[in-house]
Ligand binder design. Structure first.
Ligand code: NAP
Length: 302
């Protein structure tokens, strides 16, 4: 089975980027798309995010052999349920949600008996909406597929081939493990950024203008992450509750140990940790997951 017609539901950053990536790297695939927001549909049409922007989800999926749900994690079930009577029987249903266990369960409830292969392209930015997407978003990024037991091999191969065409490297994982890994690599870092930016803006003894003025000291990099879409992130934390809470417990313990080291003047402990973390950064760059120029290639190093 080869995917020839893709329907994209939700035409924001992820949906738009998939559409543009198909146009750029897999032009033989026909794309249709739908977003519940009329303004988003209008921009999607103007930017050519998909071949045909449809006025209903039913129309978008009618002839699809792959349907990709690109809506916030908390909206997946409702969006999928609306499609139940319209998706061709042989179609693969997938998504791009940032948490996988709850989405997998939600899609199975909404579309019982269908070929569902949840997915998460580990690629994104702090931008959202139909203006934010770009074709190369998935280039050299991972796309994690979390098939349930019994998923047909041909369907899995077809979805893997689709993501590979868009530039991603496919990895297969179970949903529970995905949620734990992403809690550490994405969800907790976002939570820390939301917290530190919130804390800094609440400080009474440091003015808000000083926080912004001296932000290049490190704060600035947290503000980028903390500017991410509030709806998306609210849904991620509500839907990956147990893995996030487990990892947050570990993080809190480590933070307490660090507090103790600072209080007791244990420079060796601080130096040992900071050396380990520096080595991780080198590995991230070696894996091609970030830019190795100083300050992420920013021109001013203030
Ligand atoms: P986005 O830019 O806000 O786009 C989501 C779009 O879906 C919005 O236009 C939204 O419209 C629309 N929508 C919501 N419910 C819908 C429904 N029932 N039917 C049709 N359209 C609906 O968000 P995004 O960043 O692309 O995120 C989409 C998904 O990708 C999320 O599940 C997120 O977890 C995942 N993801 C995001 C990133 C990232 O970095 N942003 C990375 C990887 C995965 P309204 O504005 O009217 O709600």
């Amino acid at each position: 089975m080869t995917i020839q017609r893709v329907a994209i539901i939700g035409l924001g950053l992820l949906g738009g980027s998939i559409g543009l990536a198909v146009r750029e790297y897999a032009p033989g695939i026909v794309t249709t798309g739908y977003d519940r927001d009329e303004g988003v549909r209008k921009v999607a049409g103007e930017r050519g995010l998909v071949g045909t922007v449809c006025d209903s989800a039913a129309e978008a999926v009618r002839e699809a052999d792959l349907v990709v749900l690109c809506v916030p994690v908390g909206a997946m079930e409702e969006a999928a349920a609306q499609l139940a009577d319209h998706i061709p029987k042989t179609a693969i249903i997938s998504d791009v949600g940032s948490s996988k266990q709850s989405v997998s369960e939600a899609l199975s409830r909404a579309l019982p008996g269908r070929t569902i292969i949840p997915a998460h392209p580990v690629a994104g930015t702090e931008q959202s909406g139909p203006e934010a997407g770009f074709a190369s978003l998935f280039t050299n990024r991972w796309c994690i597929l979390t098939p349930v037991d019994g998923t047909h091999e041909n369907a899995l191969a077809a979805l893997s081939e689709f993501w590979t065409k868009l530039g991603a490297t496919v990895e297969i994982m179970d949903a529970e493990h995905h949620d734990l890994v992403l809690a550490v690599t994405s969800h907790i870092p976002h939570l820390i950024a939301f917290t530190i930016v919130g804390t800094a803006s609440d400080l009474e003894e440091v003015t808000r203008s000083e926080v912004i003025k001296y932000s290049a000291g490190g704060f600035r990099d947290f503000t980028r992450i903390a500017a991410s879409d509030p709806v998306m992130w609210r849904d991620v934390f509500l839907n990956n509750k147990s893995a996030v809470l487990e990892m947050l417990g570990r993080f809190t313990e480590d933070l307490t140990a660090l507090q103790r080291a600072i209080r007791s003047g244990d420079g060796d402990a601080l130096h040992e940790l900071f050396s380990r973390t520096r080595a991780i950064r080198r590995e991230v760059i070696k894996e091609g997951q970030d830019d190795d120029r100083p300050d992420f290639g920013r021109e001013d190093h203030g």
